[in-house]
Design a protein around this ligand. Structure first.
Ligand code: GLU
Length: 422
């Protein structure tokens, strides 16, 4: 998805190429051959679909959708479906590779998958969204399923959309299949905690990073870009923990107050897409927000926000990526050289898919956990994931992103080798 706020060259912003370069480096450092890179550099399967939808005005619109399945050596593929006007094929491919890495880091029995539909849900009615969601499931139904590829929410998709998708899949298969998709409403087999899982995971990763740096969370000044599912819950959790949330943003602009924002009031006022800044006069731009003085910067919106161009002016001590792909490879190098600690996306935002895994396990067993059980198990897995990556970072003297890639790719490569694929 192209940036909506900062300038970068097309080369620098090429997510798939940057991901492939880091995968190649990670495999090389782990001692794998070039053949393994050939296997892992692209999704094993990629489907483009065209979905005709009856719109409320009586006309038909044909939407383009994608589903990428990166690698299923470890188990079925898993990953969200995003609805956004600038979704592209290459972006979905890169996102599916990142899902493989997240599952690898968290030791989940999955490979990575991802889907996307080119559309703007902010401009569609509930009826149109339902018909589009059902049409997408019909279009991809042959390649997905509870033991093949399990979708979930992502940018601008939510529990209601998961419910329609689950219902459509169950109708096609003629049996109830709650384990086809995660992020469902509780009453349809959703899990406690899935709604806030990404934000809780980011909070845990942040606490661990701060402990390594010897920085207390209380009174730390935090800037969060994005006020969607991850950004808004993060603002709440960090505010509740005594941090000072001094900046937040949505797609239209940003709010900044060095004295601390009234987080509860902002949460009250946001709409379901995370829009809130339109209600205020004294807003700044997203680009300006990223460069404000703060201790902790959390991009929780979209890709390619921190680039070669603005990285030298980032003033945070710790950068925690709640969004997928917010920092380019060039920016990672600049920030690492400047001593900024980066907690990379594939580690920091793994909480979402971890609790999705818990949801799928509960669906498979038909036995449901309490919120406390989910929370404790999430914490345990996030700590293990963080320590695994941090250890590689220290021992192999590589930056946190490369360390995360090395941790993420290892199981997949090993599984592919046992299967005799490479
Ligand atoms: N869309 C989320 C992610 O990027 C969650 C995926 C899932 O729960 O499967 O990690």
């Amino acid at each position: 998805m192209p940036t909506e706020s900062s300038a970068f060259s097309a080369d620098e912003g090429n997510l798939l190429a940057a991901t492939q370069a880091t995968i190649r480096e990670a495999l090389f450092r782990l001692g794998y051959s070039a053949d393994m890179y050939e296997l892992l550099k692209e999704p094993l399967r990629f489907l483009t679909v065209r979905i005709p939808v009856r719109m409320d005005d009586g006309g038909i619109r044909v939407f383009t959708g994608y589903r990428a399945q990166h690698n299923d050596a470890v188990g079925p593929t898993k990953g969200g479906v995003r609805f956004h006007p600038s979704v592209t094929a290459d972006e979905v491919k890169a996102l599916s590779i990142w899902m493989s890495l997240k599952c690898g880091i968290a030791e989940l029995p999955y490979g990575g998958g991802k889907g996307g539909i080119v559309c703007d849900p902010r401009r569609m009615s509930a009826g149109e969204l339902e018909r589009l969601s059902r049409g997408y499931v019909r279009a991809i139904s042959q390649i997905v399923g509870p033991t093949k590829d399990i979708p979930a929410p992502d940018v601008m998709t939510n529990a209601q959309i998961m419910a329609w998708m689950m219902d459509e899949y169950s109708r096609i298969r003629e049996f109830d299949a709650p384990n086809f998709i995660t992020g469902k409403p509780l009453v349809l087999g959703g899990s406690h905690g899935r709604e806030w899982a990404t934000a809780r995971g980011v909070t845990i990763a942040l606490e661990l990073a701060l402990a390594k740096k010897g920085i207390p969370l209380e009174e730390s000044r935090v800037v969060i870009q994005g006020f969607g599912n991850a950004g808004s819950y993060l603002a709440k959790f960090l505010h509740d923990r005594g941090a000072r949330v001094i900046g937040i943003s949505d797609v239209y602009g940003a709010l900044y107050d060095p004295g601390g924002l009234d987080v509860d009031d902002l949460l009250e006022r946001r709409d379901s897409f995370g829009t809130v800044t339109k209600q205020f006069r004294n807003t700044i731009t997203n680009a300006e927000l990223l460069e404000k003085d703060c201790d902790i910067l959390i991009p929780a919106a979209i890709e390619n926000q921190i680039t070669r161009e603005n990285a030298p002016r980032i003033r945070a001590k710790v950068l925690v990526e709640a969004a997928n792909g917010p920092t380019t490879a060039e920016a990672t190098r600049i920030l690492t050289e400047r001593g900024v600690m980066i907690v990379p996306d594939v580690l920091a935002s793994a909480g979402g898919v971890i609790v999705s895994y818990f949801e799928w396990v509960q669906n498979n067993q038909g036995y449901y956990w309490t919120e406390k059980e989910v929370e404790d198990r999430l914490r345990e897995r996030m700590i293990r994931s963080f320590e695994r990556v941090y250890e590689i970072h220290q021992e192999r003297k590589v930056d946190m992103r490369l360390a995360a890639y090395m941790a993420g790719v290892r199981r997949m490569a090993e599984a592919a080798r046992y299967r005799g694929w490479v």
